[in-house]
Design a protein around this ligand. Sequence first.
Ligand code: ADP
Ligand code: MG
Ligand code: ZN
Length: 506
Amino acid sequence: MPYPGGLEAALTRYEPVIGIEVHAQLRTASKMFCGCAVAGDDAAPNTRTCPVCLGLPGALPVINRRAVELVLATGMALGATVPPATRWDRKNYVYPDLPKGYQISQYDLPLASDGLLTFDTSAGERTVRIRRAHLEEDTARLVHATLPDGRNASLVDFDRSGMPLMEIVTEPDVRSAEEARRYAEELQRVLRYVGASDAEMERGQMRVEANVSLRPRGSVALGTRVEVKNMNSFRSVERAIAFEIERQAAALDAGEALRQQTRGWDEARGVTYVMRDKEDSEDYRYFPEPDLPPLRTDPAWLAGIRARIPELPASRRARYVGTLGLSPHDAGILTSTRETSDFFEAAVAAAEGSAATPKAIANWVAGELARLANAAAGTPRGRIDRTGIGPAELAALVALVEDGRVSGTNAKEALAVAFETGEAPAAVVEARGLGRIADDDALGVEVDAVLAANPAAVADYRAGRPQAAGFLVGQVMRRTQGRADAVVVREVLLARLDATVAEEDR
Ligand code: ADP
Ligand code: MG
Ligand code: ZN
């Protein structure tokens, strides 16, 4: 706790102002400006390279159409404006991970600008303005290693060099560490729904940087900002910003002038540390890329991209609450991934006209089915839409439960069996006799058997101790392995017992 009294105390004096930059690796088959395959995690180093992404003299870039489309789709999903034409710029700097000595990026004409992202926080809904989304190429990866002969070395893996990267930058609209986290989580969902990126933070497919400054409460002018990097989970985004707010508040209290810096997040120690004093953008000597033509965004092309954008999580959440009557909590869980949301909606559609309500289906999708899928995570069936149990099959099972034709416990069993065998859950209910004993005659046989086997309890009941009936109901439920409806069992049992009592009274 670098601030006396902690974060709460710091927040009473200062207002945090936060802008977020996210880099996302785009889901393309090939790199940004060459035909090299995008390397998976398991590819051996330097096996996905060519003269273009190695920056060899004379090699010329060719634009990856798919990468451009994914940035445009993301921009549209964020409600951003796409200009009629954009261009590429060279960002010049010298570093061993940059073979050409410059990165092809976009400077003053990004593919998308002026968007919005709305997301939920514990304090309600918030909207953050998106300044821009642009496309650039990734750098190579530096690996610091000890060689077999004991020398320390920095090795360069060019497999990442030239991978398509999208940068999304917000206006300084974020006001707390929690908001920053929620923004990043919602953006991840949007990227995944759109199919732009797998956006796995732990795998470096989505990198979040936070620009953090403070200003005294009530003042308007922006303070000096610090850019925080190296946060590789949503939790560390929240922790790093909270730390940085306290650190800056303490410095401001002490009358220190903050320096515009880039700081890293040390997850183990829970602190930020200085990486470097910040370069100004002029240092990069941006100029238009002479090897690539400007890129025109044909309206028909844009319309085609727009038509393929699915309904986004925020809109689905609102619909689930407003139209389907789910709680905001359930709506959040069901829309956490597009597969889950699509599966849920397909099940609701299949259930139309049956007893399976959206709420009941939601419980089964987010509950039992999700549990089976999670338990199989990492296997081919470890995803909600790949368990082998289709939306209509799940809906049919839920309808049986809601109709009272199978108990919840037995339906779970049927689902687990269906997951193992690939049968339809309703067929499992039938084949294994898991359905309720609805027939009064069949139930009567079970009740009679229990009465005959428990003369002591029957005698108790007759002696005026009605609790004995509860024990007998339990025995029937046990005999029928949960297939009887306890309420009906009780009725049948009491009718039998009272009839016997009446007979004896006569
Ligand atoms: P650069 O290109 O050098 O990273 P930008 O001016 O493009 O700088 O800003 C990067 C991010 O920092 C944006 O998200 C922006 O909203 C945010 N930002 C700018 N000024 C401040 C500030 N004073 N406090 C917090 N965030 C800021
Ligand atoms: Mg920046
Ligand atoms: Zn290449």
